[in-house]
Ligand binder design. Structure first.
Ligand code: XIL
Length: 566
């Protein structure tokens, strides 16, 4: 299994040394590829967005998948999908060739490690993209040392630009790109396939395309394997998984999860499947921009894969989030909201989105954040957040979403989720509870309130146990469940302060009868919300998770073990 191609800097800050790295016991089914094999036949393609397997090949449709890059002035960054359900295992030389039919540009992408995908930026780690547009082959290489490509080059090629064959070969320390059977470019291999893994992506963002064959074969006597990553399972549980120590009934310990590291990073998989947690929150996979990137184009590949893996392992899924204005696609962000016609369309869009997503996962997702972060401001300045839906419809926007979710899946528990309720009880807390009270009076199917719990800065965001306890009581008074949904705690003030905060929150959650769970955002420092890109383009992990970026448990985790062991 892969270790990140990217070198990670040491990133735990704190006074006490983190423990030994998580030991992983992961297996996946694999078969050897001895001769030329068509991967369209040999593997499933349902886990690549935009692709549909047909009798005569793979149909590619534009997905519009993109990230609104908030760190770069809302720049729209393309976010092409890869087939995360399978990969090649290549100890040495190999070739991959695609026969493509389309008038549009189509790219064949090989990844040494799947990208890190945050909700507001993407970080490629090792990727080779060969894209043909007209009679030009455009090559880009990302090497994991920085966010932008390390190499970009264009070459003319001969032969048909419509029925073309794109082939990539790894031969020793070189990568060879061919089009229509003729050599077009040779590049140094660098570190790109050092993991021994090769992940594949095919994308056609400007119009439909058909891939009639996608052959893989070993070269020069080397071995090549085909791995079904959806067969992922662990053979040995963690000796002291946090959730396994919970004695409170109907209480789950969870974490936000992402698909790419789950199938490509074994300690990550060990934590998520090996007994640390028994609830997964979909970190970014089900946010609106990920599931309906273009109006009417729903992309469930990543969510389906996560939900299926969870099902096989008896893990409950908390869906995050049916509506979240910080993660809506551009087309939704630009909906007009002034006239009666605009408002009718807003209702339709909202209802269709929520209903379609919640129906798709009916019976498979136990609970949902229906609206996320609709409360803006602090103290006296608290209002409803502004987005096209609230601008056009006011509070009705909330009701519509909850009703649509309930209609789609009457058994799912429906949550309103937000931050700062516990740190600003008189402002954000009161506003939220007033809102919840009005919703209940109007007969809106609201079942619970999620307290995010991002302690980004101390002392500003510290969660006082008394405040949290009061919130839980107040929710109980309204007949509502509560859960801490996105706990992460900065390590900037040392390991001890961090550990105390994690332990304090867990204690309150275990004591409150209406608290149904605690969820960490996320388990390790690389994949969390605090990761950023440095000026030089390299990646900087955060420090707020219970595990370091190299999967060593911090004092925080030990403190939670102590709480659980009583
Ligand atoms: C975060 C993700 O973890 C990051 O990957 C992304 O870059 C930004 O969003 N509140 C929420 C979550 O409800 O959806 C956010 O998740 C963190 C804050």
């Amino acid at each position: 299994m892969a270790v990140a191609a990217t070198a990670l800097e040491g990133c735990s800050s704190g006074d006490e040394k983190p423990g030994d790295p998580v030991r992983s016991h992961i297996i996946m089914e694999a078969q050897e590829i001895r001769k030329k094999t068509d991967l369209l036949q040999a593997a499933d393609w349902e886990y690549m967005a935009g692709a549909k397997q047909a009798a005569d090949g793979l149909e590619l449709m534009p997905t519009g998948l993109a990230i609104v890059n908030k760190r770069e002035g809302d720049r729209i960054d393309p976010n092409p999908p890869l087939n995360i359900g399978m990969r090649l295992q290549a100890s040495g030389d190999f070739a991959v060739a695609a026969d493509v039919r389309s008038e549009h540009p189509v790219s064949l992408q090989l990844y040494g490690t799947p990208p890190l995908r945050y909700d507001d930026f993407r970080y490629d780690r090792a990727r080779l993209e060969c894209s043909t547009a007209g009679n030009t082959l455009n090559i880009r290489v990302w090497d994991g040392s920085r966010q932008d490509p390390a190499l970009m080059q264009s070459y003319p090629f001969e032969g048909s630009a419509v029925n073309r064959q794109i082939e990539i070969r790894r031969e020793g320390d070189r990568l060879v790109c061919m089009v229509n059977g003729r050599h077009v470019a040779t590049l140094p291999k660098g570190d790109i396939f050092n993991t021994g893994e090769v992940w594949l992506g095919l994308n056609s963002e400007q119009g439909p395309a058909k891939v009639t064959t996608l052959d893989a074969r070993p070269l020069n006597g080397y071995k090549l394997g085909l791995v079904d990553t959806t067969s992922l399972r662990v053979t040995e549980q963690l000796p002291d998984g946090l959730q396994s120590l919970v004695r409170k009934p109907n209480f789950r310990v969870g974490a936000a999860v992402a698909l790419n590291p789950l199938v490509s990073d074994s300690p990550y998989a060990q934590l998520f499947l090996g007994g640390e947690v028994n609830s997964w929150t979909t970190e970014n996979a089900l946010k609106p921009q990920a599931v309906q990137p273009l109006e009417g184009v729903f992309t469930f590949a990543e969510g389906d894969a996560l939900v299926e893996l969870a099902r096989r392992h008896g893990i409950a899924v908390h869906g995050h989030a049916l509506m979240y204005d910080k993660a809506i696609p551009k087309w939704m962000l630009e909906l007009p909201y002034e006239t009666a016609t605009d408002k009718r369309r807003l209702r339709e869009v909202l209802e269709t989105h929520v209903f379609t997503v919640a129906s798709h996962f009916k019976g498979r997702i136990a609970s949902w954040d229906v609206w996320n972060e609709l409360v803006k401001g602090f103290n006296d300045g608290v209002t409803l957040a502004e987005n096209p839906f609230t601008r056009g419809l006011g509070e009705e926007a909330i009701d519509i979403a909850f009703h649509a979710a309930h209609k789609a899946d009457p058994a799912a528990r429906l949550y309103y989720n937000d931050y700062g309720l516990e740190t600003n009880p008189q402002g954000r807390g009161k506003f939220t509870f007033d809102l919840a009270g009005r919703m209940l009076e109007r007969g809106v199917p609201l079942h619970g309130i999620g307290v995010q719990g991002h302690v980004n800065e101390m002392p500003r965001d510290i969660i006082k146990p008394g405040n949290l306890h009061n919130l839980m009581r107040e929710a109980d008074g309204l007949g509502l469940e509560m859960r801490v949904t996105e706990l992460d705690v900065t390590g900037a003030k040392g390991a001890e302060a961090q550990a105390k905060q994690y332990a304090d929150v867990l204690k309150v959650c275990l004591e409150a009868t209406n608290c149904t769970g605690i969820t960490f955002w996320v388990l390790d420092d690389l994949h969390g919300a605090g990761t950023s890109v440095k000026k030089d383009g390299s990646i900087r992990p955060g420090n707020a998770a219970p595990y370091t970026a190299d999967y060593r448990p911090k004092q925080a985790r030990r403190a939670m073990l102590d709480v659980l062991r009583g």
